[in-house]
Design a protein around this ligand. Structure first.
Ligand code: ADP
Ligand code: MG
Length: 323
């Protein structure tokens, strides 16, 4: 059964279509990420689902129920934003207990349930602190605990890790994924970070100008993008002219490099070799004036160096025609 369903959802602000005829089906327990550049309509879509905003057209269903006209408080949704939005005058525990109070759960039951939620986000022992006494990562964990403490049907996360530095963000990504799996809660995450989207989600929805570009599993969207926009937004795209004036795409990880003259590939010169830990990224100039290419090759002892002649090839099955 579909847990979140959008049918032809649009939201206009004057002449801007922030959401433009969007359809989406998210199944029970699924983790779907809405990915798109700034201004593509991600927050708009989330706020429509949360009931903080009304669509200009279309219908929104949650758990099979038409909630298009239902107020936010009738939707049982947990929300987390980039700004932690914690109550500064309340302790961590009081912050987490707050949505329970709104739902008339008080006293020992509320306390127990809140301490459990804090344990889930690894904040046990910090419940008497104020938000200002916590790091950014800890504050965002409190926000997560507060969003799940009342066992929401749906969790909506709008760039929740956007304010954190890279290492902390990667740590919290893993924790977020574990939390989501533990709770089995249907989750929609908004991000503009393609790596985050590809690594966390069951499926991603790519948005541009309020319009859906593709909804697919991460590997499918990455290797079989629906169009040029998706191809370029999800990573480095090597576009290659193929027969009939069409364009094909090979991802850098699928490009094969051999020493010059071997394997009958296209002769090329290494313009730049960049070490990325386990991988080396090569910027290549192909003989015959074709567009430059990028290859990402696992580092195994020896790498090619700038100026070196190489032979470039790829499997026909790794060439994806793009519209
Ligand atoms: N309240 C509003 N009034 C007018 N325009 C808005 C409003 N909210 C969003 N928009 C416009 O809608 C588009 C999508 O915005 P938003 O959903 O915030 O994008 P994203 O979250 O992907 O950055 C943008 O062009 C933005 O300027
Ligand atoms: Mg936004």
């Amino acid at each position: 059964m579909s847990d979140i369903r959008l049918e032809g959802v649009s939201k206009r602000y004057g002449t801007v279509a922030a959401a433009d005829n969007v359809d989406l089906n998210v199944t029970q327990g699924e983790f779907v990420t809405i990915l798109g550049p700034s201004g593509s309509g991600k927050t708009t879509l989330l706020s429509l689902i949360a009931g903080l905003n009304k669509p200009t057209a279309g219908k929104i269903f949650i758990g099979g129920r038409d909630v298009t006209d239902a107020p936010a408080q009738q939707r049982n949704i947990g929300l987390v934003f980039q700004s932690y939005a914690l109550f500064p005058h309340m302790t961590v525990l009081e912050n987490v207990m707050f949505p329970l109070g709104v739902r008339k759960i008080t006293g020992e039951a509320a306390r127990t349930q809140s301490l459990e939620a804090l344990k889930l986000v690894r904040l046990e022992g910090l419940h008497d602190r104020r938000p200002s006494q916590l790091s950014g990562g800890q504050q965002q964990r409190v926000a997560l605990a507060r969003a799940v403490v009342f066992k929401p049907d749906i969790l909506l996360l709008d760039e929740p890790l956007g304010a954190l530095d890279r290492k902390l963000r990667e740590e919290l990504q893993v924790e977020l994924k574990q939390l989501q799996r533990t709770l089995g809660v249907t989750t929609l995450l908004v991000t503009h970070d393609q790596e985050e989207a590809l690594s966390l989600s069951d499926r991603i929805m790519v948005l541009n100008h309020g319009q859906t570009q593709q909804v697919a599993a991460p590997t499918e969207a990455y290797l079989k993008p629906a169009n040029r926009f998706v191809a370029e937004f999800l990573g480095i795209a090597n576009f290659i002219g193929i027969d009939g004036g069409r364009t094909g795409l090979v991802r850098p990880e699928r490009v094969k490099l051999s020493p010059a003259g071997m394997n009958g590939g296209t002769p090329a010169k290494v313009v730049e070799a960049i070490y990325l830990g386990q991988m080396v990224r090569y910027h290549l100039e192909l003989d015959g004036g074709a567009a430059p290419m990028v290859a990402a090759v696992p580092f195994v002892g020896r790498a090619f160096t700038a100026g070196e002649k190489v032979s470039v090839s790829w499997d026909a099955t790794d060439l994806w025609p793009v519209a």
